[in-house]
Design a protein. Sequence first.
Length: 286
Amino acid sequence: MQPIRKTFLLDPIFPFDLVFKGIRYSENELPDHLHDLFELVYIHEGKGLFFIDNALYEKGPGDFFLIPGNTVHRAFPSAAEPIVSSAIFFAPSFVQTDSLGDGYEPLRCFEIARKKKQYKIDLSEPVRLKFEAAINAMISEHKAKELGYRHVQRLQLQQLLIELSRHPFTKETSSPITGIGPQWIRNALLDIDRDPVGCGGLSDMSDKACISSAHFSRVFKQLTGMNVTDYVNTKRIVLAKELLLSSDDNIETIALACGFQGMRHFYQTFKGVTGLTPRSYRIQGK
């Protein structure tokens, strides 16, 4: 039986999800499955088995698992002691950062886990408590939804990834740091962030990278969870939101400045991302 592909309906500008202390019953678990998102799993209570990439691992309180994107896995909770676990899902682009020259790469721990085929990480008591505190902080921010709560959630995730990068599991390998995907895709993501209007479309980006459009599109989707057009349009909407609140330009002028050639397309895309029309967004924000 072929593994099924699990899909996520996440906010395009915030490809992150947290399942907090979910109770895992065997009758509700998916069969062998995979997904584009990267996953961190922490076990709070219960017992069971975890099938990841053709290997079985025991699960118990305090256990921690790394699951890289597109890795086949499946949970087998104990009937007598169901698993209570928290799972963090995110697209690689969510933790993309410019290099600061200190050698840190957010997804290095996942790369090493895949290379070693070892997805269970033993945490010391101090680190385990840090992980629990970070997960609790993420869910508290999600519930309160105060100003900047998404930034806090991303910062907490980055802190977890830094802790993992310092773990002996990660340090004991001499493999080179490859970063989040190939360099050409990282360059493309940076180009989009810097200039979502002038960055061009799939054809322009793939030509610049000297990569076929099909291959570029496939890798881009794996790393961001979105196709190129939707990702660029979402970044343009972020720019449009800023202009709607910071300028008195009319909506058509803003749409053109953000790379949208038709008002209908602009309105549809804006409402799809924000849930509001541009006019409603401006009224609510001022």
